[in-house]
Design a protein around this ligand. Sequence first.
Ligand code: GKR
Ligand code: MG
Length: 487
Amino acid sequence: MINKNKHNREKAKEALSADNRRDFIKKAGLGALGMGGMLFLPDEKVIAQNTKKTFKTGPKIKQINVTPIAFTDPPVLNAAGLHAPYALRNIVEVITDDNISGISEMHGGIANTNALEAAKGLLIGKDPFQLNEIKRTLQTHFGKEEAQKRGDAAYWNNGQLSTVFGAVEVACLDIMGKITGRPVVDLLGGKMREQVPFAAYLFYKYEGAGGKLGFKTDNNAKGWAAVRQAKALDPAGIVAEAKGMCEEFGFKSIKLKGGVFEPQKEVDAMFALREAFGPDVPLRVDPNALWKVETGIKYGKMMDGLLEYLEDPVRSQENMAKVRKEIKTPLATNMCTTAFEHIPSSIALGSEDIILTDHHYWGGLKASMDVGRICEVFGRGISMHSNSHLGISLAAMVHLGGALPYLTTALDTHYPWQSEEVITGGRLKFEEGSVQVPQGPGLGVELDKKALALLHKNYLDSGLTKRDDAKEMQKVQPGWVFKNDRW
Ligand code: GKR
Ligand code: MG
């Protein structure tokens, strides 16, 4: 042993002599000269063989399909107005030259469809493993995204770099998972939990099932499907909705989408939920930044001790920081800190306690892992925002939720409001409010081509090309206008 070590030391010394230094660095760079490597220096031939094995060129993207779809959505209310009878999404399928297909789901609307169509030509021939290069390529076309360009508009209608790249990245990760035989969660660093917890996401709503039925209901509906079509316009209606949803999905936390009625009425609904569910069920309310600063402080104080967090009571990081200083309840956001460029001012101002990440607009799953890291470093909590979505998005959210080392609260999902699917095997299951991280390679869900065609037909028949909640609201309340700070 002693002799062997002496021999290796001499070999290492020899390797470090001036003439050989470059060669030594080359070998070290290939990983041959860790301490283990010093014991058995592989010869050039072995290194060459291993190198070939390790650095196999990936497959190339041969084809990208973008399919706009529409699925039934009930008439739920929010600060921006009313949901249309159909919610829109774009389904992306990336196919490699060896016929491996990766899928993802993106915000709906023609701007996003067009942006994805434009991206297609740039990505054919690219290696799906080369995500940095793919992003750079998209950046040359879409320009570097500037957070201030997003303004107050619903950023998911815009078709910008982060949304397009997010969609492409998820599909590429699905491909990588299928090639390596590993679930996406492993490509994000590995599983931190088997089950990912979600919250019941309540909405005020008019009576109606949405879709073809619109404001009408299906008399044969049972259980949650029946509750989902009932009206919920007061605290009693919200409690009944919460009970129906929690019974069906087993959720252990509850969120109410506010910004619909004057604040006192929404605060009353939160107290009614507390009364009905008791102190062990965490509660949140999200007025989508429709309150003025003084309103945020007044009702924030009223709900101190009641809420797990108050989500976006007011607009802008400055206003959030003002409210946060005055109340004890933690503040969460998916509106004032929505991009990496927002982080420095978020930290400087102290605008929120929790960031609700969303891979659909933060720039993908890996970027959302980075958001998690930033939150950890700066003492913020992290959770997840959602919009109307189907199972491909849910699977991606679950892989991300499974991988985030530091997840502080249950995630948002609109999934219970939807009844259709675009994946094989039907709707994903919730157990006790959680979804199990899919086990199969990649996302672990597959596109149902028949369902895709049907939902695409829905899109064409619906006549909708973008989400416009204000327009839908005006059909019910003529003259209704969106106001930035209504109360
Ligand atoms: O679907 O009506 C809705 C929500 O209001 C959604 O658009 C929001 O983005 O869920 C969201 C939120 O938490 O702000
Ligand atoms: Mg929100």
